[in-house]
Ligand binder design. Structure first.
Ligand code: FAD
Length: 533
């Protein structure tokens, strides 16, 4: 027997850290247990051991609207050293002919860029930004920041107001239908679907037609953490420790202990037991939590079957090429428009709407897509400290299948060569990326992602697909969708809960409210209310 805590959290992904921080501030004695030797999960910044001084954000880099997340403010993360920037020129889709579709933080500039391709589409963009901004502010944002309500009640509440009815109407379409019906230009359609793809929503799925206008209308765009994404995890850990919380790394939980029907602690693979008086919260996926770590007798076969059936997204996995450079990429297209060298996110190879169908077909066949679409950044343009003085880091990501030609292991053989293929394509757009300026490079495959973060099963970086039966109230599955599970005292707090993956911290934030309510702790923060009007 080791020690007794009020609560134990499994994993130290950012959602788990957010949860831990709120409950530590509520006065509970809490502990997080992490299998890796570093904390933060997807908040990873790694120094390349072959090229010291070059830091690479090997998982997440683009943190959308992070500084307006309620926990960023409540946990005083800037006092703990987190600092974000949101570059004005946020995204550039650079075409082979040198033109570019641009997204700026100032929507008028984005509308101007759309107008260069289609005046009609520029007007539609303006229309959808105006239409959806109040829906984002008054419905979607508060909804993401609170526990989900049942689909029936949600439908009834939304049907009561004009904003809600508009949302339901647009949502009834699929993202593909939304784009086809609302926009005409091939490049603009392709660009809009790309953003939908980043959220991993199946383009063909009805019920998600609102996802694109919601992205267009959001006030904030991609932000980056100065010092690297891991700096945010360090800031969260600082807050946890300041309030008495503990984090232990390099420990693998083997099982969740259940006593008299209630989660009572964990047993580690080394045999050590750590007890929890009030709760155990899992930041892991449903299979890890319910099948691997929970004794079959602790729950019903129905719950185990539902956990086992939790689906991962075929289209989610990423291949990453990371470079250490003597100079930043200089795009050919910037000769005409110099600003293009300074966009935060650069998208290359995307020029046709139909490429999405080709990419989906390649994923379904377990092949690397012949059509090459990739996106990335040169972080050191904005934060020189991530490389030695005068040097740079840059990366490109591509969506690829997890299982390559029948086996994920094939990535270990093919990843080096595939990295070179991406570099060749990149250098067609940025000719200065010659062997002379590339100091070092390394790749990461979907299999590497899963090895590093086993909760991202099949390399699914959003930890579970967003289908109609795995969203909101039913995420991860019916009966475990409000952070509470069928086992008393056992909670979920990772990306397999509402509102899902990406660096939002909202799964952990909402789980903190659920646990605090069950333990009758005073809520010292101010959770937003779902706008019922
Ligand atoms: C290549 C890549 C690029 C990405 N880019 C972006 C981006 O730009 N923007 C964005 O918003 N999102 C991005 N993501 C997605 C984002 O990183 C994830 O959705 C997010 O990290 C999920 O957060 P989480 O809190 O659920 O836990 P995770 O970040 O997944 O962390 C889970 C933690 O649990 C630990 N763990 C796993 N199994 C066990 C176990 N058995 N016992 C104990 N601990 C365990 C892991 O080591 C890890 O620390 C990216 C992901 C990848 C892989």
């Amino acid at each position: 027997m080791h020690d007794q805590y009020d609560g134990i959290v499994l994993g130290t992904g950012h959602n788990a850290l957010v949860l831990l921080a709120y409950l530590a501030r509520s006065g509970l004695r809490v502990l997080a247990v992490e299998r890796s030797d570093v904390i933060g999960g997807g908040l990873a910044t790694e120094e390349n051991p072959r090229s010291p001084g070059f830091f690479h954000n090997t998982h997440s880099f683009f943190h959308r609207a992070l500084t307006v997340m309620p926990w960023y403010r409540d946990l005083e993360l800037e006092r703990h050293g987190a600092k974000y920037i949101e570059p004005d020129f946020n995204v550039a889709l650079i075409l082979p002919d040198g033109r570019a579709l641009e997204w700026w933080t100032a929507s008028e500039k984005t509308i101007d860029s759309f107008a260069e391709f289609s005046k009609k589409d520029a007007e539609r963009l303006r229309y959808w930004i105006d239409e959806f901004r109040p829906i984002v502010e008054r419905v979607l944002r508060p909804e993401a920041q609170s526990a989900p309500i049942s689909p029936r009640l949600r439908g009834q509440l939304l049907a009561r107001s004009p904003l809600g009815r508009k949302l339901l109407d647009v949502a009834a379409r699929s993202p593909l239908e939304f784009v086809e019906q609302e926009f005409e230009h091939d490049v603009i359609r392709a660009g809009l679907l790309f953003f939908n793809g980043l959220r991993e929503i199946d383009l063909r799925l009805k019920g998600f037609g609102h996802s694109i206008p919601a992205l267009l209308a959001g006030k904030h765009m991609a932000q980056m953490c100065l010092g690297g994404s891991a700096r945010l995890a360090q800031a969260l850990a600082d807050d946890i420790r300041e309030h008495g919380g503990e984090i232990r790394t390099h420990l693998e939980p083997a099982s969740i202990l259940v006593r008299r029907g209630k989660a009572a602690g964990i047993e580690l693979t080394n045999g050590e037991r750590i007890m929890a008086k009030a709760f155990v919260a899992s930041g892991l996926n449903p299979q890890q939590t319910f099948i691997q770590m929970l004794d079959a007798k602790a729950t019903t076969s129905r719950v185990r079957n539902r956990a086992e059936a939790f689906q991962y997204n075929l289209l989610a996995p990423l291949f990453a090429l990371n470079l250490a450079l003597h100079e930043p990429p200089r795009y050919k297209a910037a000769e005409r428009r110099p600003e293009l060298n300074n966009a935060l996110m650069v998208i290359l190879g995307l020029e046709r709407f139909a490429q999405f169908h080709e990419i989906v077909a390649a994923h379904e066949a377990g092949e690397i897509p012949a059509t090459k679409v990739m996106w990335g950044a040169c972080p050191t343009l904005f934060d020189p400290g991530q490389a030695p003085p005068g040097k740079h880091t840059a990366f490109m990501w591509e969506k690829v299948p997890y299982s390559l030609r029948g086996s994920p292991q094939n990535w270990d053989i093919e990843k080096g060569g595939h990295g070179q293929t991406l570099l060749r394509l990149w250098s067609q757009f940025a000719p200065n990326l010659s062997p002379d300026i590339v100091i070092d490079s390394f790749t990461r495959s979907p299999l590497d992602t899963e090895r590093r973060l086993p909760n991202m099963r099949s390399g699914d970086l959003l930890v579970g697909s967003l289908g109609n039966d795995q969203v909101g109230y039913n995420r991860p599955f019916a009966g475990a969708g409000q952070y509470r599970t069928p086992v008393r005292g056992l909670y979920l707090c990772g990306a397999s809960t509402h509102p899902g993956g990406n660096i939002t911290g909202l799964c952990g934030y909402n789980a903190a409210s659920a646990i605090a309510a069950d333990l009758e702790l005073p809520i010292w923060w101010n959770p937003p209310q779902f706008d019922k009007e």
